[in-house]
Design a protein around this ligand. Structure first.
Ligand SMILES: [Ca+2]
Ligand SMILES: [Ca+2]
Ligand SMILES: [Ca+2]
Length: 305
């Protein structure tokens, strides 16, 4: 089963790469060729929906670790596991200049049905296409900025393309997404290790992050010690300074949009950390990561204006 998924994934990656290379060669829209090749792949290679893929679908950026993005640039062609980059004043590759460079990622994702929010966070410009449709068009110079696009998607394979450029100075490019129908509040990914590595053992929706597991396991199949959790969600905020309160035993990290708000990633007893973040009115993407080493296990978050 797992081997089949890897085979399927690598075929999709290959198709996306082929589409991009052909499009560079003959200067025809990548999206068009992706859709044609995607249809060919789906019909001829028998890539039927699969329970395991279903289970993973809707998990957001993590799916890119399987289906990958493919960076296509006439200078450098390589595979990236996720679109999560902060190059600072550097560049993605020695062959690429520090400023005035651009990147295109393409990937094919098998997604569950639902309303999806897509969140690029970039410095500078960004364009995002879903199934060839331009859903975010912010191709201009700017500091780090998050955008959001909401659209309903059917169950099946969807084609994501993100294009990006850096003009000068700092450079970063991130993309997350969230299935708000399946996970209206928090999406929780529970890992049977302390560093969020590999595939999660359990993926579920959590209404709140307000847990004191003591010495119990947090979820079926996850050990009571030596586990980690990533929670992601998008929530509406007013225009105000928000105080985020995070309590953890042991380590915890918190990001609001792409901005690191709390980083206390170490063994420790139950401790509360606070960070004040100025937010604009609208939806913001919140990501909290947590690990439990041994002994007590507590994870909580709340915020107030
Ligand atoms: Ca730069
Ligand atoms: Ca820049
Ligand atoms: Ca502990």
């Amino acid at each position: 089963m797992v081997e089949n998924i890897w085979l399927t994934s690598s075929l999709w990656i290959g198709l996306a790469l082929l589409a991009a290379l052909i499009s560079i060669r003959i200067a025809v829209s990548v999206a068009l060729i992706e859709i044609v090749l995607g249809a060919v792949g789906g019909n001829l290679l028998g890539m039927a929906p699969n329970d395991w893929v279903n289970y993973l679908a809707g998990v957001g950026a993590i799916l890119l670790t399987f289906l990958a993005g493919t960076e296509i640039d006439p200078k450098v062609v390589r595979k990236d596991d996720m679109i999560l980059f902060n190059w600072g004043d550097g560049s993605p590759d020695p062959a690429i200049p520090l400023d005035n460079f651009s990147v295109r990622w393409t990937g094919s994702l098998y997604l569950r049905a639902g309303d999806y929010d897509f969140f690029p966070y970039t410095d500078d410009g960004v364009r995002l296409y879903v199934d060839g449709q331009l859903v975010i068009d912010e191709w201009h110079d700017q500091g780090p900025t998050q955008y959001r696009s909401s659209l309903p998607l059917s169950e099946g394979t969807h084609f994501i393309r993100m294009e990006y450029f850096d003009r000068t100075g700092g450079a970063q490019a991130n993309l997350w997404w969230h299935n708000v129908t399946v996970y209206p509040l928090w999406l929780g990914e529970y890992f049977s290790n302390k560093d969020l590595s590999g595939s999660p053992t359990v993926v579920r929706g959590d209404d709140d992050i307000d847990f004191d597991w003591s010495s119990a396991s947090p979820a079926d199949g996850v050990p009571q010690e030596g586990f980690s959790v990533r929670w992601t969600g998008d929530f509406f905020f007013d225009s105000a300074d928000y105080t985020f309160n995070v309590t953890a035993d042991d380590g915890v990290r918190l990001w609001i949009d792409g901005v690191a708000a709390i980083n206390e990633w170490r063994d420790q007893g139950e401790t509360t950390f606070t960070s004040v973040m100025p937010l604009s009115e609208g939806f913001h993407f919140v990501r909290m990561e947590y690990y439990q080493n041994i002994g007590g296990a507590v994870a909580r978050i709340s915020w107030t204006k």
